[in-house]
Structures are given as structure tokens and as C-alpha cells.
Design a protein around this ligand. Structure first.
Ligand code: COA
Length: 184
């Protein structure tokens, strides 16, 4: 099991709560955020955020998926969300988004590093994978900054069209090496 909360300055990871639904709908409902993700609906229907948040508690209790609200460590404002699945789907183990007004502050990188540290620290996992659209270099850069190497390219369906994806991954050994280098 992963903990409910984690500090990953400049963000704090905490469970999503029902009161987050309007803000999730507002931020994730923006086309620029939804369009490069596999699963965020667009337009974002009323009630979808409530249902998504309610479902997370069940997924987490079963150990199938850990989803965290990404909040600013400064003021606690929710800026995005990140999910980690111990058993990868075709999209990999990790998925994340940050609300458009908060892009470029290092929030996704901090959150992803935090979740990767939790996964390797607390779960019996030897490697993590994730993928992003080739035309989404910001997501690729986040993964790269987390030590996720490019493993290959693959074409698959994205919202009804065939698109090119970059598949990235990091092994436990790579991660431990990265941490040791950063500590030196
Ligand atoms: C991808 C996303 C999560 C990045 O969030 P973020 O908090 O802005 O990311 P960070 O600030 O931690 O890092 C972004 C990096 O990408 C770089 N970047 C941004 N736009 C870029 C572009 N067009 N080309 C290359 N690099 C780019 C930034 O310069 C930064 O790298 P740097 O620190 O080396 O300068 C955010 O843009 C988002 O939510 N997009 C929509 C949802 C999505 O695509 N999710 C990922 C699905 S795989």
C-alpha cells in the first residue's frame, strides 16, 4: 500500500476528496489539459468529477490504483492530479495532469518523482513505464526529468485516431542510481 499523503516540495500529494470535484472539472475540463490525455473526457460532463473521485477510494483500497491530488505546498490549492497503477495498463503505470494556469512551475515533475519514490520504496515493483504522445514534449520532458528513458515508439489509438506515442521507463536500479547521484 502507498501512504495517503506525501510531501514532494513544491507540491504535496493528498487523497482526492468530494469537495475537489468542481475544481477538477474546471481544470481538467480545459481542452488543452484533456486532449493529450487518454481518459479525461472533453467536454467534461457535470457529475463526472464526483464519480471519478468516488471511484478512486475503491481503487486505492483494492491496491489497483493510487490517485493523488497535487496541491501547492505553499497554499494547499489543488493544481492537478497523478495516478499510479501497480499493474500497468496499455498506458503504463503513471498518468498525470496539471491545470493550465500552473504549467511550467515544476509541479508535474515534483509529483511524478514523489510517486516514483513511493512506488519503488513501498511496492514490489522493479520497473515503471509510462507513455506520452510524441506531440506532447512537455510530458516527455517531465518523464525525462524523472529518469524515464525512451524505450521505443508505438502507434495506437488516441481519442479515435492513430497517433505516435513515446514509451518510457525506469528500472529500480536506474532510480536508485539517480537518487544516489542527486545526493552526492
Ligand atoms: C505535461 C504537463 C503535465 C506538464 O506539467 P508541468 O507542471 O508544466 O511540468 P513541469 O513544469 O514539471 O515540467 C515541464 C517541462 O517541459 C518543458 N516544456 C514545456 N513545453 C515544452 C515544449 N513544447 N517542448 C519541449 N519542452 C517543453 C518545460 O520547459 C519543462 O522542462 P524544464 O524544467 O527542463 O524547463 C502539463 O503540461 C499537462 O497537464 N498537460 C496536459 C495533460 C497531459 O498531457 N498529461 C500527460 C499525459 S502523458
Amino acid at each position: 500500500m502507498l501512504p495517503e499523503r506525501a510531501l514532494a516540495f513544491p507540491v504535496t500529494l493528498r487523497p482526492l476528496e468530494p469537495r475537489d470535484a468542481p475544481r477538477v472539472q474546471l481544470l481538467a475540463g480545459e481542452r488543452a489539459v484533456a486532449e493529450t490525455t487518454a481518459l479525461i473526457p472533453h467536454p467534461y460532463p457535470d457529475g463526472a468529477a464526483d464519480a471519478w473521485i468516488a471511484g478512486q477510494a475503491r481503487e486505492q483500497a483494492a491496491g489497483r490504483e493510487y490517485t493523488y491530488a497535487i496541491t501547492s505546498s505553499d497554499d494547499g490549492v489543488l493544481v492537478g492530479a497523478i495516478g499510479m497503477r501497480p499493474v500497468a495498463t496499455e498506458h503504463g503505470h503513471l498518468g498525470f495532469w496539471i491545470g493550465r494556469p500552473y504549467w511550467g512551475h515544476g509541479y508535474a515533475t515534483a509529483a511524478a518523482r514523489g510517486v516514483i519514490a513511493l512506488a519503488f520504496g513501498l511496492l514490489d515493483i522493479d520497473a515503471l513505464a509510462a507513455s506520452h504522445l510524441q506531440r506532447n514534449p512537455a510530458s516527455g520532458r517531465v518523464m525525462e526529468k524523472c529518469g524515464m528513458h525512451l524505450l521505443g515508439m508505438e502507434k495506437r489509438d488516441h481519442r479515435g485516431a492513430q497517433e505516435e506515442f513515446c514509451v518510457r521507463g525506469i528500472t529500480r536500479d536506474d532510480w536508485e542510481h539517480l537518487i544516489a547521484m542527486n545526493a552526492a
